[in-house]
Ligand binder design. Sequence first.
Ligand code: KG4
Ligand code: ZN
Length: 341
Amino acid sequence: MNVLGIESSCDETSVAIISNDVLTANLISSQDFHADYGGVVPELSSRAHLQIVKPLLDQALKKSNLKLSDIDLITATSGPGLIGALLVGLTFAKGLSFSLNKPFIAVNHIEGHIFSGFLMKEKPEFPFLALVVSGGHTLLLYIKSFTEILQLGTTVDDAAGEAFDKVSKMLGFGYPGGPKIQAAAEKGDENKISFPIAVLKDEYNFSYSGLKTAVLRFIQKNFNDGEEISEQMKNDMSASFQKAAVDALILNCEKALKNYDVNSISLVGGVAANKKLRKGITKLAEDHNKKVVIPAFEFCGDNAAMIALRGKTLYDAGIRNDLSTKPYPSLGENYFSKSGK
Ligand code: KG4
Ligand code: ZN
């Protein structure tokens, strides 16, 4: 079976093909020009998706030695994301489905990330704990099966990736912040400044706005308006911020491991590219004798391989979508249901 995946929820256009359960193409075109604006400009993003999606499809088919008519199942991200950007990939996929007369599955982007560990040779084993950390989401989930997802915790304000991006902006590093903060942190002292970790009543939830504000207050208190912050101080602030941001994630995972009997832990989403976080989750898993699955870098950020894989699992579970499908359908009522445990 040849499964086509299309992803266009934000600033990456991606087309992937999974052929008889083997990933034969995962092409990702990143829209680097948004850096000039300090963040993603939705309208420019939509236009760029429109220009690149068809050439990417042609390349993916060529790389997979397939013709368009060989595709058996078409999957695309249906949300969440930038609505104009989503519409490009989604409408393109629906057009293909209609003209080729092949089934179509609309995939929830977060579910794509959740199951991205299954793209690896060593796969998560059910039930597993998933920590989803991206620019828009911070979720701790108990995954019982491909169709049973229990949400344990979420952010009550900013997402972890968003905090990295905002602190990066404050320090003048620009967008996207995660990799820039990480690079600066490698040259800094993470114990230099003690930034706070939010501990919430709802035990598995996260909060990042307090940490972000603490960094802002630190700058306001120690540097006059317009005063240059030394490179070493920026490195120390990056390292100290990164430590607080990562420790908060690990802390909740550790709590969940005490209360939920799982076989594996999977760290996914754009922030899963962070080296300190990868190391921390790996150590936590080892300490608790659990298998750890962290996708390779190409599957951490937005990519269509995870969309094709998720679409295939839904198709195999008997889910069918028609072309009038609204955004966020995937599992319907079961999605993030409270009945997983
Ligand atoms: O999953 P993703 O590619 O897009 C969304 O669905 O949001 O995640 C993007 C986020 C951005 O906030 C980016 O700053 C962050 O992932 N990120 C990182 C690193 N690489 C990307 N955060 C921390 N450390 C990194 N190395
Ligand atoms: Zn994402």
